[in-house]
Design a protein around this ligand. Structure first.
Ligand SMILES: [Zn+2]
Length: 167
């Protein structure tokens, strides 16, 4: 928030999510969402540096989350800042720095989705070795309940709740 304010931009915050619209946002134009996350996974035991400090070595920034997704998020923020004050854009830009991506949590982008304007498409920043990916690798999180019926497998009894949920 303060970073946006410092640069003379209005931003909004809900939980640990921060988002902003370009200065000349026009609801009649299509909107591109620039999104990446600022949460990280916990440091794994193989981490050889202090994960909680940011150090530059040989021009490279090391620290937990500097790759996923610090680098992509900073790139998208820079893109947003560059276009923020342009008033002849064919598109609106919305930047969203979101939380809980690593845990597919309810307080990440899901929390602010209804607060965002209508999004026509999104550019999501993730470390891809500078390759362009057109889709996610594949993750579907379902919060649901499936009921089966207990029975011994050898006697072909019961109803397998896993098969039921697949349908
Ligand atoms: Zn990521």
């Amino acid at each position: 928030m303060s970073f946006f304010k410092h640069h003379g931009m209005e931003a909004q915050r809900k939980g640990n999510n921060v988002w902003a619209k370009n200065k000349f946002y026009d609801p009649a134009k299509p909107t591109i969402l620039l999104n990446s996350h600022h949460d990280t996974v916990k440091p794994n035991p193989a981490y050889t540096r202090n994960p909680f400090s940011a150090n530059v070595e040989d021009g490279k920034l090391y620290g937990l989350g500097s790759n996923d997704a610090g680098g992509p998020l900073v790139s998208l923020l820079t893109t947003f800042f560059y276009f923020y004050e342009k008033n002849e854009l064919k598109y609106n830009l919305v930047i969203a720095a979101t939380a809980e991506e690593e845990i597919s949590g309810p307080n990440g982008i899901e929390l602010i989705w209804k607060d965002l304007p209508k999004i026509d498409f999104a550019i999501v920043g993730e470390p891809t070795r500078s390759d362009i990916a057109i889709a996610e690798k594949g993750l579907l999180v379902l919060d649901c309940v499936s009921k089966g019926k207990a029975g011994h497998a050898a006697r072909e009894e019961g109803v397998n709740a896993i098969y039921a949920v697949v349908r």
